[in-house]
Design a protein around this ligand. Structure first.
Ligand code: ADP
Ligand code: MG
Length: 254
């Protein structure tokens, strides 16, 4: 079995009085795909954001490739990392959002080039050919010099995936990457994600696309009300769920 790339231990997170993550444990092995399912409000986005230290957890530890996220440990005390160190850590994680979040004033190519230049201080001249290759790889090589508003949602999301890949991340996080797309554009984005899975990328994907989960997930995780209720291979969780809540959810989204 491969090494653990992402490791969450007893992660708790509240917003005011609302406890959103209630002790989440999750292990994602290198080169595997974990799909997270669960109803709206169950804490899926908060979980992904915590992995990137976009949310600070209240309790518990998160490690990426063995390294603590957001903190340095000395003895039994934790010290939060400085902003610059956090940004460096964050640049090891590719994050793809529901609404693409491309910079509207930058071309597709510039969007992809910007992240490694800003976050990893790589040279623009060196990054550019790599960025062009990435756009090619996600099927929008001919759109390099076009602005986001001139692209379809599916094309924008593929540029966003290229941008995430430009960081050469250790893990890719997708938060409902196809939820904002017209139905006829969903397939082209899922195909790109499937291709990355085949190439051995380590990924965590929040989605309601059950067919996609069945096809590419090594592990399917079902979350409800801030807890992982059920987790296992797709056949077990999707076709033979042991928990009533999982069963009810799956019958609704199918
Ligand atoms: P999901 O992605 O599964 O729909 P979220 O992680 O987005 O769930 O949200 C879980 C709960 O936390 C929801 O009730 C949501 O309203 C709440 N929540 C999320 N982010 C914040 C925030 N920044 N401040 C207050 N409440 C939040
Ligand atoms: Mg969400």
């Amino acid at each position: 079995m491969s090494a653990v790339m992402v490791d969450l231990r007893n992660v708790h997170k509240s917003f005011g009085d609302l406890e959103v993550l209630k002790g989440v444990d999750l292990e994602v092995r290198t080169g595997t795909v974990t799909v997270i399912l669960g109803p709206s409000g169950s804490g899926k986005s908060t979980l992904l954001r915590s992995i990137n230290h976009l949310e600070k957890v209240d309790r518990g530890l998160i490690r990426i490739d063995g390294v603590l996220v957001g903190y340095r440990q000395r003895g039994d005390k934790l010290y939060e990392l400085r902003e610059r160190e956090i940004l460096h850590q964050r640049s090891q994680v590719g994050f793809v959002f529901q609404n693409f979040n491309l910079f509207g004033h930058l071309t597709a190519l510039q969007n992809v080039v910007e992240a490694p230049v800003a976050a990893q201080r790589r040279k623009r001249r060196e990054v550019e050919p790599f960025a062009r290759d990435l756009l090619e790889r996600v099927g929008v090589g001919d759109k390099a010099d076009v602005y986001p508003r001139q692209l379809s949602g599916g094309q924008q999301q593929r540029v966003a995936i290229a941008r995430a890949l430009a960081l050469r991340p250790k893990v890719l996080l997708f938060d409902e990457p196809t939820s904002a797309l017209d139905p006829e554009l969903v397939g082209e984005v899922l195909d790109v994600i499937k291709e990355l899975a085949r190439d051995g990328a380590t990924m965590i994907v929040v989605t309601h696309e059950i067919g996609f989960a069945r096809e590419i997930a090594d592990t399917v995780v079902f979350m409800d009300a801030g807890r992982i209720v059920e987790s296992g291979p797709p056949r077990a969780v999707l076709d033979n769920p042991t928990h009533e809540r999982t069963r009810a959810f799956i019958s609704k989204v199918l």
